[in-house]
Design a protein around this ligand. Structure first.
Ligand code: 5RP
Length: 225
């Protein structure tokens, strides 16, 4: 219910003619369903999905899709998160879509996060940090990750290695806590084999928090008019 409230509320910021980035997960699911209704009522938008799952849901909901071949800057992206800290920095990638999510959440004028209260934390890092790595040499990439102070765990699904939409692996990095997300992100990005990290730093324009009795809209940057 909290996720539904947050996900649906975000559609109020979508205006005719916009190009929208659609995130991935069970909160954005509700955004997609509501957006499908609005499109069937005549709203004219196009969207770039951040995963194969979201693409499938968006097509089913009748949402017209586009790609970065046609659009170099989105008007608005709406995405979920696994953790949000007091500076509105995020851990994302619980669903394994972090690379494409980082594209849509970066190349956008405005970025709305939709979460329930359980995602709000004072410090990032209780949720294992997802890092996408190329399959070749993943074992040594994991050793490099461990040298940065975490326990790296190769993600599996149904006992098989999890493969991202980009054909890569996800390593879930268990830290005891992340004190400086920006510095950690830079250090991780320098490691051979690392494609992208689930740290989303200083990107958030607006946060919508679904609660039992409604939604709270928090605006870290006051440019969402
Ligand atoms: C997928 C993500 C999701 O946004 C994140 O896992 C939150 O998902 P949910 O809304 O289902 O809790 O980063 O890669």
């Amino acid at each position: 219910m909290e996720k539904k409230l947050a996900g649906e509320k975000a559609t109020e910021y979508i205006k005719d003619g916009m190009t929208i980035g659609l995130g991935t997960g069970s909160t954005v699911y509700w955004t997609i369903q509501k957006l499908g209704e609005l499109v069937s009522q005549g709203l004219q938008i196009k969207a770039i999905p951040s995963s194969v799952d979201t693409e499938r849901l968006a097509k089913k909901a009748g949402i017209p899709l586009t790609t970065f071949a046609e659009v170099d800057m989105l008007d608005l992206s709406i995405d979920g998160a696994d953790e949000v800290d007091a500076m509105y920095n995020l851990i994302k990638g619980g669903g394994g879509a972090l690379v494409r999510e980082k594209f849509i959440d970066t190349f956008t004028r405005k970025f709305i996060i939709v979460v329930d209260e359980s995602k709000l934390v004072s410090r990032l890092g209780s949720f294992p940090l997802p890092v996408e790595v190329i399959p070749f040499g993943w074992e040594v990439t994991c050793q490099s990750l461990a040298e940065l102070g975490c326990t790296p765990v190769l993600r599996k699904r149904n006992d098989e290695r999890f493969i991202s939409d980009n054909g890569n692996y996800i390593v879930d990095c268990h830290f005891t806590g992340i004190d400086d997300p920006a510095s950690l992100h830079s250090r991780l990005k320098q490691l051979l084999g690392v494609v992208e990290t689930g740290l989303f730093i200083d990107l958030t324009t607006l946060m919508i928090v679904g609660k039992r009795d409604g939604v709270e809209v928090v605006s870290p940057k006051k440019n969402l008019t």
